[in-house]
Each structure stands twice: as structure tokens, then as C-alpha cells.
Design a binder for this molecule. Structure first.
Ligand code: NAD
Length: 325
């Protein structure tokens, strides 16, 4: 039986398995989150970008009001969108997002991507996006990561979030942040599945006390349902569920391929945040810390690595931003 929480560098504990809120519709988010709490989920991974923070917060508050959980048993991760990297905007967004969740504080606040886009007043354009207009124009802004990171440190100082971290960053900028960070980088959230293992990045984070959180643990599966630019790579890739080492381990441990993919991460102390709207899958995705694969089995799964990234703004944007180059 493996552990089910990890301690972040901030000193706070985080569940190893959570529920991802990307593509959970606003209309059903409160109910989905409330049901996920009933199934046993305690970590919710949100973002300003997902446009369902208020509704997710409502679902959590309902569970708290009904006595199912206490606030301190719940762990909320959310993220700062790219248009708000300037220090005054980052602080204002953290406050606005915290108010939307309505739970008093955020547990972990992440910089969503390591690139700044021009500011857009959130009261004028209420949905976040990569592009500035319908034609898909991209407008980068000139904001150093240091300014944004220091704004997140202020977010901690002001008690808005307990821990802070980054997402979609690579080692060079992480070394840079480490050179001035006043509050620790608690987590690095990255695309991580057997087609995109990034072993050096994971090792670099872990040896610097940063907990890695994997997103899109099922690889292509999540991207198949997206518009063509985002699904192009996924559509020509075999599902990870159907690969030999995954199927073999699933059979041996009497679990599903999805559970093997999630355990492949958690067994290496990497947190996972799978998303499902299906009750049975919700339950099975949570049961991924109670069987141990052998070192060879983990390595056979890692050997599926192709350096294949599905969430790549250097690929899907009409004016690519090559953050992973
Ligand atoms: P995911 O890997 O969790 O896959 C979701 C897909 O897998 C859905 O199609 C779902 O129906 C299916 N699925 C779920 N459980 C299954 C099971 N047991 N068996 C078979 N199929 C199953 O994908 P994701 O949503 O891309 O990633 C998870 C979360 O990570 C997101 O919801 C979001 O919170 C986060 N995320 C973060 C970033 C980032 O930039 N930081 C990017 C993408 C996702």
C-alpha cells in the first residue's frame, strides 16, 4: 500500500491523486465536484482558464455544508492565466479567483504557462484564451518570470494561497527561479505520460524538493475530443490503454489500463489529476496507490517514450509560441 499524500516544500500536505477540472462544463461542475467528494476525492485541479472555478467552489461548499468534509481536508489547486503575469494583475487575479472559489484560501496557485500575453481586462473579455481575436492573433507581453513569481510570493504573504508553483516550465527557468525564490516552488505541473516521460525534468524537480504533478496521464485520450489543431497529433497515435506493457500490467494486477497509467506516476511520487465524468471511472482513478509494480514493469512502460507532446502551443497556435523548444 503506497502513501496517498505528499508533503510540499511549503510544509503543507497534498493528496497524490486529485480530480482535474479542465473541460468540465460550467453547468455541471458543481454537481460533478460534489459527487467526486462523495466518491473520495479531496484534491481539485482548476484554473482561471477552465472557466468553472465558481461552480467547482459551489460543489465543495455544498459538501462542507452537508458535513461530508471540512475545508481543511480539501486541497484546491488553481492557476494564473497568461494575460495576467504583471505583478498588479497577478495579485488581482489571485484575489478574484480566490473569491470565486469561495473557500477562504487557495491551497496551491500555479503560473499556468511560462509565457506572458498582453493584458486583457477580465471584465471585458470574460473567457481566457491564447489569442486576442477571432483571427487567432497572438500578442506576447514583456513580463519577466521573476516579476510574476514575486507576485505569487505576495499572494502567499497575504494568505491568499498557502503554496505556489509553476506549470509547463522546463529546467532552465526553474533553476533561474530557484536563484531568487523567497517562498519555495511547491509543485511543477507538467504533461507526463509514457509517450512524454521527460525523465531529466522530473529528476531535476524532485532533487530540488519540487513535487511533480502529472497532467494528461492518459496521453492522447484527452486531446481526441478537441478541435483539429489540438487533436491532430492525438489522432495518429495509438491509445496508451492499448499498449503491450500497460495491458500486461493491468492483467497481472487485475486493474484497468487507466489505473496502470496512474500508478506508473504515483509509484514514482508523482501526483496525478485525472478527469472523468463517469462514476465508475471516477472511483477507479482514485484506487491508484494500493498496488506496486516491479521496477522492470515501470521501466517497460517508460520505454514507450517518444517525446510526444499533445499540449504544445508551439504546435497548435497559428503563431506558435515555442516554449518547449
Ligand atoms: P486525462 O489524462 O485525465 O484524460 C481525460 C480523458 O480520459 C477523458 O476523455 C476521460 O473520459 C478519459 N478517462 C478518464 N478516466 C478514464 C478511465 N478510468 N478509463 C478510460 N478513460 C478514462 O486528461 P486531462 O483532462 O488532459 O488532464 C487531467 C487534468 O490535468 C485536467 O483536467 C486539468 O486539471 C489538468 N491539466 C493541466 C494542464 C496544464 O497546462 N497545467 C493541461 C492539461 C490538463
Amino acid at each position: 500500500m503506497g502513501k496517498s499524500t505528499v508533503t510540499l516544500a511549503s510544509g503543507h500536505d497534498m493528496p497524490l491523486v486529485g480530480f482535474g477540472l479542465w473541460k468540465v462544463p460550467k453547468e455541471t461542475a458543481a454537481e460533478t465536484v460534489y459527487n467526486a467528494i462523495k466518491v473520495g476525492y479531496r484534491l481539485f485541479d482548476g484554473a482561471y482558464d477552465y472557466q468553472n472555478e465558481k461552480e467547482a467552489g459551489e460543489g465543495i461548499r455544498r459538501a462542507i455544508d452537508e458535513g461530508l468534509v471540512k475545508r481543511e481536508e480539501i486541497f484546491i489547486t488553481t492557476k494564473l492565466w497568461n494575460n495576467y503575469h504583471r505583478k498588479e494583475h497577478a495579485l488581482a487575479m489571485a484575489k478574484k479567483q480566490n473569491a470565486a472559489w469561495g473557500l477562504g484560501y487557495i491551497d496551491l496557485y500555479l503560473i499556468h504557462f511560462p509565457c506572458a500575453l498582453e493584458y486583457i481586462d477580465p471584465s471585458i473579455r470574460q473567457y481566457p484564451a491564447w489569442w486576442m481575436d477571432e483571427a487567432g492573433a497572438i500578442a506576447l507581453d514583456k513580463v519577466p518570470i521573476r516579476e510574476t513569481w514575486e507576485a505569487l510570493e505576495t499572494v502567499v504573504d497575504q494568505g491568499i494561497s498557502r503554496s505556489i508553483g509553476i506549470s509547463n516550465f522546463q529546467a532552465q527557468s526553474i533553476y533561474d527561479i530557484l536563484s531568487y525564490a523567497r517562498h519555495p516552488i511547491s509543485s511543477l505541473q507538467i504533461e507526463h505520460h509514457p509517450y512524454l516521460v521527460q525523465p531529466d525534468l522530473v529528476t531535476m524537480a524532485q532533487e530540488n524538493g519540487i513535487i511533480v504533478t502529472a497532467y494528461s496521464s492518459f496521453g492522447p485520450q484527452s486531446f481526441l475530443e478537441l478541435p483539429p489543431a489540438f487533436s491532430k497529433r492525438a489522432k495518429v497515435t495509438a491509445l496508451l490503454f492499448d499498449t503491450e506493457p500497460v495491458k500486461k500490467a493491468a492483467k497481472k494486477y487485475n486493474v484497468t489500463p487507466a489505473q496502470v497509467l496512474l500508478r506508473w506516476a504515483t509509484q514514482r511520487d508523482i501526483a496525478v489529476i485525472p478527469k472523468s465524468n463517469n462514476h465508475e471511472r471516477l472511483a477507479q482513478n482514485l484506487q491508484v496507490t494500493d498496488f506496486d509494480m516491479t521496477k522492470e514493469e515501470l521501466e517497460d512502460i517508460s520505454a514507450l517514450d517518444q517525446g510526444l507532446r499533445f499540449n504544445d502551443p508551439g504546435f497548435y497556435l497559428t503563431q506558435p509560441i515555442r516554449i518547449f523548444a
